[in-house]
Write a protein that binds this ligand. Structure first.
Ligand SMILES: NC(=O)c1ccc[n+]([C@@H]2O[C@H](COP(=O)([O-])OP(=O)(O)OC[C@H]3O[C@@H](n4cnc5c(N)ncnc54)[C@H](O)[C@@H]3O)[C@@H](O)[C@H]2O)c1
Ligand SMILES: N[C@@H](CCO)C(=O)O
Ligand code: NA
Length: 440
C-alpha cells in the first residue's frame, strides 16, 4: 500500500466533526478502496478543548487555519469553516499556492472567488474539489463536470437550500410558524451560521452561480442573480397555493434565453403533481436539461453533517485515488482561463405564469378594474378567485389571480397600476409559477 494521504481539516462544526468521525470509522475500508490510508493529521478550530464527540488524540492542533494550510506535513487542506472572506479565502489560497490539494464545502467562498481559486489550482497542478458546496450530498458537480461531458445544457434548476425547503414543508404539513421551523432547522445543523443567508436566498444564489458557470462555461456571476427569499411567504400563500393545485418551493433557475443567461432565485409555485413539488424537508433536487441525455433529475439530502461529510469524503477519496483526468486541469469543467464572460438576460423579459394575491377593499368596481388592468397589459388569466379577508382583515377581500404565460414586465406594470387605484389594503404578493418538464 502506498504512503498515507495526510489530511488537515479547518473547522470542526457540524460538517467538520461528522467528517472526522466518518474518516475514523471507515479508515480501513477507505484505505482498501483508495490503495492508501487517509489519515487526519491536523485540525484547526476556535476552541481546542471543546468535546465534539470525536477522538482527536495524536492529531496536531492549530489555532490558525492559515498556518495549517501552509504546513509541510499535510497533503490535503479541507476547509469547513465557512465565510466568503478570510480565513477561508486566505487558507485555501495558501494551501493551493503551496502545492496542496484543497477540498471545500464553502459555496459563499466559491461564488466570490471560485474562478481565482480554480485558476490557481490549475496553475499549480492540484485539485480543488467542492462537491459538498452545491446540493450537499447529491453528486451534482461530479455529474456535470464528468458524466455530462459533451452535452449542451439548456437549463439547470432546483431546490438548492435544505433549510428553506424544510421550513416550507413544515409550515405546510404541520402549520408551524416560520420562526419555529427555522429554529428547528438550525438545531438540526442545516442552517448557515447566519441563517438570513438561507431564508433570503443568498445561499441558493451562491450554489446557482457555481452551477451556472459549470453548465454554460461562463465566469461565476453571483451578483447578477435576481434574488428573492422566502421570508415574506405566509401560511396564507401556502394554503392558497394548495387550493389551486400548487406547492411553493424556493427554486434557483439558470437557463439560456435569446437575450443571455437568466439566473433567478425566488419562491416558485410548482404543480402539486410534479416530482419537484414532492421533494420535502431537507431534501434537495437538481434538474438538468441536457441535449443528448434529456432531462436528468437528482434528489437527496441537501444539508446536515453526515450528508455533507459524505460528499467531502468522496472528494478526498478522488484525490487519494489520483483520478485520471482531474488530477490536473479544469476545475470548473473546463480550464478557468477559457470561461466566457457571463451575459445576463434581463428579468423583465422573463416569461411565465404568475400567482398574484391582493387584499382589496370590499367595494363595487374592484373586479372590473382588476380585469381592465390585466387586459390593458395583455395578460390572460387562467383563474380569478375571491374569498373573505384573512383574520383581522374581515372587512377586506382576498383576490387571487393566476395568469397564463406572460412577460414579467407586463405583470410589474399591471401590479403597479392596480396599486395606484387606492383599493389595495396590503402589499401585493406576486409568486412566479414554474411548470417543470415531464420528468421533473
Ligand atoms: N451544515 C450543512 O448542512 C452544510 C452543508 C453544505 C455545506 N456547508 C458548508 O460547510 C461549511 C461548514 O458548515 P458547518 O455547518 O459545519 O458550520 P459550523 O458553524 O457548524 O462550523 C464551522 C466551524 O468552523 C469554525 N471556525 C470558524 N472560523 C474559524 C477560524 N478562524 N479558525 C478555526 N475555526 C474556525 C467554527 O468555530 C465552527 O466550529 C460552511 O461553508 C457551510 O456553508 C454546510
Ligand atoms: N444551509 C445550507 C447548507 C447546505 O449547503 C442549506 O440549508 O441548504
Ligand atoms: Na453536491
Amino acid at each position: 500500500m502506498s504512503e498515507a494521504l495526510k489530511i488537515g481539516i479547518a473547522g470542526l462544526g457540524t460538517v467538520g466533526a461528522a467528517l472526522v468521525r466518518i474518516l475514523s470509522e471507515r479508515h480501513e475500508a477507505l484505505a482498501g478502496i483508495c490503495g492508501k490510508a487517509i489519515d487526519v493529521v491536523a485540525v484547526s478550530a476556535r476552541d481546542a478543548s471543546r468535546d465534539r464527540g470525536v477522538d482527536l488524540s495524536g492529531v496536531k492542533f492549530y489555532t490558525d487555519p492559515v498556518e495549517m494550510a501552509r504546513a509541510a506535513d499535510i497533503d490535503v487542506f479541507v476547509e469547513l469553516m465557512g465565510g466568503e472572506g478570510d480565513p477561508a479565502l486566505q487558507s485555501v489560497r495558501d494551501a493551493l499556492t503551496s502545492g496542496k490539494h484543497a477540498v471545500t464545502a464553502n459555496k459563499a467562498l466559491l461564488a466570490r472567488h471560485g474562478v481565482e481559486l480554480a485558476t490557481l489550482a490549475e496553475d499549480k497542478g492540484v485539485l480543488l474539489n467542492f462537491e459538498a458546496a452545491v446540493a450537499g450530498g447529491i453528486p451534482v458537480i461530479k455529474a456535470m463536470r464528468e458524466s455530462l461531458t459533451g452535452n449542451r445544457i439548456q437549463r439547470v434548476f432546483g431546490i438548492l437550500n435544505g433549510t428553506c425547503n424544510y421550513i416550507l414543508t413544515q409550515m405546510e404539513k404541520k402549520g408551524i410558524s416560520f420562526e419555529e421551523c427555522l429554529a428547528e432547522a438550525q438545531r438540526l445543523g442545516y442552517a448557515e451560521a447566519d441563517p438570513t443567508f438561507d431564508v433570503e436566498g443568498n445561499d441558493t444564489a451562491h450554489k446557482l452561480a457555481i452551477l451556472t458557470s459549470i453548465a454554460f462555461g461562463t465566469k461565476i456571476a453571483a451578483d447578477e442573480i435576481y434574488l428573492e427569499g422566502i421570508s415574506n411567504i405566509s401560511i396564507e400563500d401556502i394554503k392558497a397555493a394548495d387550493e389551486l393545485g400548487f406547492r411553493i418551493k424556493l427554486l434557483g433557475v439558470a437557463q439560456k434565453t435569446e437575450t443571455g443567461i437568466e439566473q433567478r432565485v425566488h419562491p416558485t409555485m410548482v404543480p402539486k403533481d410534479s416530482v419537484i413539488a414532492r421533494v420535502d424537508g431537507v431534501t434537495n433536487a437538481v434538474a438538468i436539461d441536457a441535449d443528448v441525455l434529456g432531462e436528468l433529475l437528482m434528489s437527496g439530502p441537501g444539508a446536515g453533517g453526515d450528508a455533507t461529510a459524505s460528499a467531502v469524503m468522496g472528494d478526498i477519496a478522488d484525490i487519494a485515488k489520483s483520478r485520471p483526468g482531474y488530477q490536473y486541469g479544469p476545475v470548473l469543467g473546463r480550464p478557468a482561463a477559457s470561461l466566457q464572460p457571463y451575459s445576463r438576460a434581463r428579468m423583465r423579459s422573463h416569461e411565465g405564469g404568475y400567482f398574484i394575491r391582493l387584499t382589496v377593499e370590499d367595494r363595487t368596481g374592484v373586479f372590473a378594474s382588476l380585469s381592465k388592468h390585466m387586459s390593458d397589459n395583455a395578460i390572460s388569466l387562467e383563474s380569478i378567485v375571491q374569498r373573505p379577508g384573512s383574520a383581522g382583515n374581515g372587512d377586506k377581500k382576498t383576490v387571487i389571480l393566476v395568469t397564463h404565460a406572460t412577460m414579467e414586465a407586463s405583470v410589474r406594470k399591471a401590479v403597479k397600476a392596480i396599486g395606484s387605484e387606492g383599493y389595495l389594503a396590503d402589499k401585493p404578493q406576486v409568486i412566479r409559477i414554474e411548470r417543470p418538464a415531464a420528468g421533473a
